[in-house]
Design a protein around this ligand. Structure first.
Ligand code: OGA
Ligand code: MN
Length: 230
């Protein structure tokens, strides 16, 4: 358990390039909207949204409120024993506690196999433990790219308890960005370039504005599946 958590810590490598696009009202410059759930992705320009579209997905209502409840029931006791961590000067995450789990009860397992079969290339070996990240209402995730040493081409996450905004920024060009609205109960998937060449972050409550629309960020729990590097 201890060992795995150490590995998890190393999953979060803060991005070297930390230049952030200025606080923008994205509506003014938002791209054309995409193929999938069009209300949920805006970007710096239409071409980028088009180009990255296939590598970024947000599926709303992927789980029901009951299924969220099943996750909470399995997770809440263990999480409550931990304290939110706030002061990791070099960490990518602020105001969080986390855990991981291999064995799940039936209801959660059912959801997770839906995630696995829907998000990952067939036959792709997955990271055994599922990662659970509990962000305090004041917590947030800074721009980072998941370690290529520990994670493969695909990252899939369920959002529990709160809506949030995930921002992707091109690692070598901060002018290129996408904002994803991640509603509570949704599943997001990042693949390939979106995973390797863009940093991702979860905005703090004060900055949580999607396409001009305020999106209150409450306590949020994500349940994240990853595959192994090939
Ligand atoms: C991470 C991460 C996103 C999320 O833990 O590396 O980016 O949805 N999490 O919590
Ligand atoms: Mn990450």
């Amino acid at each position: 358990m201890k060992l795995l958590l150490n590995v998890l810590k190393r999953i979060h490598k803060p991005a070297v390039c930390s230049s952030q696009p200025r606080c923008r009202s994205s509506s003014a410059r938002s791209g054309l909207l995409p193929l999938r759930d069009e209300a949920l992705i805006v970007g710096s320009n239409p071409e980028l949204v088009q180009r990255l579209g296939p590598q970024v997905e947000v599926r709303t209502g992927f789980i029901t409120e009951e299924e969220e409840g099943a996750f909470m029931q399995e997770l809440e006791l263990g999480l409550k024993k931990k304290r939110y961590e706030f002061d990791h000067w070099d960490g990518a995450i602020h105001g969080y506690r986390e855990t991981e789990r291999v064995m799940w009860g039936e209801r959660c397992e059912e959801v997770l196999s839906r995630v696995r079969s829907g998000a990952f290339p067939e036959g792709s070996p997955l990271l055994g433990p599922v990662h659970i990240l509990d962000l305090d209402k004041t917590g947030y995730i800074k721009p980072h790219i998941d370690s290529v040493k520990f994670c493969g081409s695909t990252i899939a996450g369920l959002s529990l308890l709160s809506d949030s905004i995930m921002r992707l920024v091109k690692e070598d060009n901060a002018e290129e960005w996408l904002d994803l609205l991640l509603p509570r109960f949704s599943l997001y998937i990042l693949r390939d370039q979106a995973r390797y060449n863009f940093t991702h972050q979860i905005l703090k409550d004060e900055e949580s504005v999607f396409n001009g629309q305020r999106v209150p960020r409450l306590r949020r729990i994500s349940v994240i599946c990853r595959n192994l590097p090939s």
